[in-house]
Design a protein around this ligand. Structure first.
Ligand SMILES: CC(C)(COP(=O)(O)OP(=O)(O)OC[C@H]1O[C@@H](n2cnc3c(N)ncnc32)[C@H](O)[C@@H]1OP(=O)(O)O)[C@@H](O)C(=O)NCCC(=O)NCCS
Length: 158
């Protein structure tokens, strides 16, 4: 299988936040589940781009909401594959909120997800290797490797 770079799997999902996507807070902001759904879809695009087939969400390991997103803002999610095992792919997703009129953009969320490549029968299938191009690729790859080791240790009950 031909190696792919993190850039080759980069995916973007963007949406204008509308009133029906608000939470019930007094100073309402966007419901967290809306952002999580966008993150999951964007990471799925990234996983499919990398593996060249179908992929399923194994875990959404960390979703950190650093600050609220307001109704009327443009939300953009950017995801890429940053580490691969035999059949799984670790993906990071960054969420940006833009106040459209001023163009002011904030980094509001960061997330780690794991997807598994599935064959036509729905069984885990091999994924292409990852080709790391930059120092930043190598830095994030090392972080993802640590997270994967911890997740596998948790799975073994260690
Ligand atoms: C994803 C799924 C097919 C994996 O099945 P499984 O029996 O665990 O398969 P395997 O043991 O072969 O593991 C597949 C990969 O996931 C990894 N994995 C499985 N459980 C894991 C865990 N708890 N933590 C970290 N990695 C894990 C394995 O290490 C392997 O990756 P690798 O080949 O890169 O090492 C299965 O868990 C599933 O169908 N889950 C439901 C998915 C779903 O419904 N998602 C939401 C809708 S998209």
């Amino acid at each position: 299988m031909t190696p792919k770079t993190p850039r080759q799997s980069e995916a973007v999902v963007a949406d204008l936040m509308m009133p029906h996507q608000a939470n019930g807070l007094r100073h309402s902001s966007v419901f967290g589940g809306v952002i999580m759904s966008m993150v999951d879809r964007c990471a799925a695009l990234s996983a499919i781009r990398h593996c060249g087939g179908q992929a399923t969400t194994l875990s959404i390991d960390r979703v950190l909401f650093k600050e609220p997103i307001r109704i009327g803002e443009l939300v953009e999610v950017r995801a890429r594959v940053v580490h691969v095992g035999r059949t799984s792919m670790s993906i990071t997703a960054d969420v940006f909120a833009e106040e459209i009129a001023t163009g002011t953009r904030r980094h509001t969320n960061e997330c780690w997800l794991t997807f598994v490549h599935l064959d036509d029968a729905g069984r885990p299938a091999l994924v292409p290797p990852l080709f790391l191009e930059t120092d930043e690729d190598r830095r994030v790859h090392a972080l993802a490797a640590q997270r994967r080791e911890q997740a596998l240790a948790d799975r073994r009950g260690l």
